[in-house]
Design a protein around this ligand. Sequence first.
Ligand SMILES: [Zn+2]
Ligand SMILES: [Zn+2]
Length: 239
Amino acid sequence: MKNTRWLSHCISVLYPPRCMGCDQIIVHDTNLCPNCWKNITFIHSPICTCCGTPFDHDSKQDKCAACLDQPPLYTMARSALAYCSYSRKFITDFKFRDKTHYTNTLANWMILAGNSCLNSGTIIIPVPLHRRRLINRTYNQSALLAKTIAKHTSKPAYLHGLLRTRHTTPQTQLSKSKRQKNLKKAFTVNPTYADIIKGASVILVDDVITTETTINSCCKALLDGGATKVNVLTLARKL
Ligand SMILES: [Zn+2]
Ligand SMILES: [Zn+2]
């Protein structure tokens, strides 16, 4: 035990903890320096009970106008953070610069923000990375988050539950309506897990929602595959 403490002391001297936001050395291993803590925005109530967008005033409705007007395919979506210039730095490092040791911290923030999402879901599935990008990048950041959230919440994760569809017919050879249909079907349920997804309440995990196109296509594939509902849990979203 003493040896382990000594070893971790040596490691912290050689590799002192650094702020995920600005790289400066921090005294306590809190992942962010006080300045970056102050500048990142955690999303909290009051929020739309459906899409999770924060209300900037006390709303009499529990859903925002957009969700009332056109209900999304998912039942509820929650995000831990606003995607801003401060959070973009460490999210980009996590996605593209091998800072996979951020996974635990980021997954914990998602668990806190996604309590209701997680409680009413039974299985966890990440948004798959495009094949070409997976070859270049070697890891899928959404799968890392999904795996860690699954471990901490004792829920099963199916990291290859969804697949990107390969379009065998070139888009140019299709009529306009078929082309749109082809684009919409960007994802499909992996046949290996079809029986598990059928009848399941799915928690779909992604890093950032920028547009709802990807999320909607994934929801459609899961619902077409017989999922009873889809909850969406992401690390950050554009507000
Ligand atoms: Zn900082
Ligand atoms: Zn909403």
